[in-house]
Design a protein around this ligand. Structure first.
Ligand SMILES: Cc1cc2nc3c(=O)[nH]c(=O)nc-3n(C[C@H](O)[C@H](O)[C@H](O)COP(=O)(O)OP(=O)(O)OC[C@H]3O[C@@H](n4cnc5c(N)ncnc54)[C@H](O)[C@@H]3O)c2cc1C
Length: 518
């Protein structure tokens, strides 16, 4: 049997690995089609031609969750330490570099906010409790603002939770409820980010490259610049079966018969239509009309409600976009001053959020080097803003109209640092119009199951599938979807690792209540 993956993100790479490791597939029977020139999807990280580095995102993982991720990475060898798996290498790294933020929120006067208290009133607690305990049926496609009153959005808790996980007040109440349950054990330590685990390097080098290497060693076929434009179905009686893929490979049309094979489709991408700017220019404003990234899902879901409803996720860029930036420093001045200000050595602090900033800007200083090829005097950090459409405090423009130099000026304003500190640095802005599309309010039926019940050989593997109790905007969600899909289609007996129910632990519940009332 052959297997075909549409999309080369972590969901597909994981799916291919599960097919080989647990399903007995030969690597050369697996093909991965990716419309972009590189595999890895949203897990990117690269050095640009001018020597600046760029990351669309930086990931926080945990070891108390991410069950399927660690299961996968426990089979993948590290590229630098060949006798170690990526899982063991990452765990060892985190023993040495423990997260313990000392400057999680900074206010407009550059004070480090005392975040030991969540800042709740009794009304905030009651409303939050009501949302946490409401059933998903009751929450339906309501928004967070339908459940929580305006003062809640000024609490320390909201600033920290929102910026750790990238929520907006208008996002799905169901998703917030799921996060509160799934990450309940993070709540009592949210101000230190004590549960967060980091990868040794950026996630392209730390996760994607070792996984690609493992798949390449087993002869998996990767086809770049290959967009699947249609899946033609064969009506096989009771069940629908994918019969043919229609492809555009580097501008040339072709088809592949998949009738006797399995098809795994990455329906939708949070980084679709993203674009990079430069020091002097903002990123271009692209949309799905430019990227064609959602077309295939839209096409096959038309008239097939079991394949979900992409329009719910991709129709409102103002509600689903934000912007990030990567700064490459060529001397240590910024890192030195930040370490002195925050009290955190780079790699131990996590997000520093300027809570009063118009753009709602956060930065995170990773352990260095963050890229294996980084030169000694180079230091790289990442930041993002949840409101890039608002005029800045120190630059009279929305961030989305700013080049990198203006973003660095705004950052210096919030820190009261002399902008000359960045005279040797470069900043690459990145616009992501669909970055929180998976948090948009939705009904349960708006996302397909990993294997829709009426499909014999088609699975969905992405952030836009329905997995009970798990939370989107995580690497784990895509890997779990892949593991579920592979195991179901191949009827593999080995269980998919269960979601750890910290919200059922008495200890966690007591700690959570104590924290909420502190
Ligand atoms: C800024 C940012 C911060 C993040 N922070 C965290 C974090 O802290 N913790 C965490 O766990 N996760 C985080 N994530 C989320 C995590 O990176 C993603 O959930 C995960 O990488 C998604 O993987 P995926 O394989 O499902 O999708 P993607 O990586 O989006 O890959 C899908 C791929 O499919 C391709 N594709 C789609 N349609 C077609 C087609 N028709 N033909 C060919 N190719 C197609 C796309 O081009 C894309 O490359 C973050 C992501 C970003 C961007």
């Amino acid at each position: 049997m052959k297997a075909y993956f549409i999309g080369g993100g972590i969901g597909s790479l994981a799916g291919a690995a599960f097919l080989i490791r647990d399903g007995g597939f030969a690597g050369d029977d697996i093909t991965i089609f990716e419309k972009l020139p590189l595999m890895g999807g949203s897990l990117d990280g690269a050095r640009l031609l001018d020597g600046s580095y760029s990351l669309r995102g930086g990931r926080m993982l945990t070891t108390d969750h991410y069950e399927c991720t660690w299961d996968l990475l426990s089979s993948i060898s590290s590229l630098e330490h060949r006798t170690q798996t990526v899982r063991d290498e990452t765990l060892a790294f985190n023993v040495q570099h423990k997260a313990n933020s000392r400057a999680r929120l900074v206010d407009r006067n550059r004070f480090k906010v005392d975040v030991t208290r969540m800042g709740f009133t009794m009304r905030d607690r009651t409303e939050l409790f009501r949302l946490t305990e409401a059933s998903e049926e009751l929450l339906g496609n309501s928004r967070i603002t339908d459940w929580l009153s305006a003062p809640f959005f000024e609490t320390n808790f909201w600033y920290m939770w929102q910026t750790t996980f990238a929520f907006q007040p208008w996002h799905s109440a169901v998703e917030l409820k799921r996060y509160l349950h799934r990450f309940m054990n993070e709540f009592p330590r949210i101000e230190t980010l004590g549960g967060v685990k980091r990868t040794v390097y950026n996630q392209y080098d730390a996760i994607v490259r070792p996984l690609m290497n493992w798949l390449e060693e087993r002869n998996v076929r990767f086809v770049h610049d290959a967009r699947v434009t249609d899946i033609e179905f064969v009506d096989g009686g009771a069940k629908l079966s994918a019969g043919r893929l229609v492809l555009d490979i580097g501008g040339k049309g072709s088809t592949v018969s998949v009738e006797d094979g399995l098809v795994f489709f990455e329906n939708g991408s949070m980084t679709d239509a993203s674009s990079l700017g430069s020091m002097t220019s903002p990123p271009e404003r692209l949309t799905k009309a430019d990227s064609h990234g959602w077309e295939l899902w839209e096409k096959i879901a038309a008239g097939r409600p079991e394949f979900g409803n992409p329009a719910v996720f991709n129709s409102s860029i103002p509600e689903s976009y934000w912007a990030s930036f990567t700064i490459t420093c060529r001397d240590s001045r910024f890192f030195d001053q930040m370490e002195a200000f925050t009290g955190n050595v780079a790699g131990t602090g996590g997000l520093v959020t300027f809570k009063d900033s118009n753009w709602l800007m956060s930065v995170v200083l990773y352990h260095q080097p963050h890229f294996p090829d980084q030169e000694k005097d180079v230091q790289v950090f990442w930041g993002y803003a949840l409101h890039p459409d608002r005029v800045g405090d120190f630059v009279a423009k929305p961030m989305s109209d700013c080049g990198g130099a203006e973003i660095m000026r705004e950052l210096c304003g919030h820190l009261n640092f002399d902008p000359a500190i960045f005279e040797k640095a470069s900043c690459i802005p990145c616009r992501m119009p669909y970055i929180t599309s998976m948090f948009m309010p939705r009904e349960k039926s708006d996302r397909p199951l990993p294997v829709p019940p009426n499909c014999s050989n088609l699975a969905f593997v992405s952030q836009f599938v329905e997995i009970p109790d798990d939370v989107v905007f995580t690497v784990e969600y895509s890997i779990r979807a892949a593991q579920m899909a592979v195991y179901e289609l191949l009827k593999i007996k080995r269980p998919v690792p269960a979601i750890t129910r910290h919200d059922k632990s008495i200890r966690v519940l007591i700690d959570t209540i104590q924290k909420a009332f502190a």
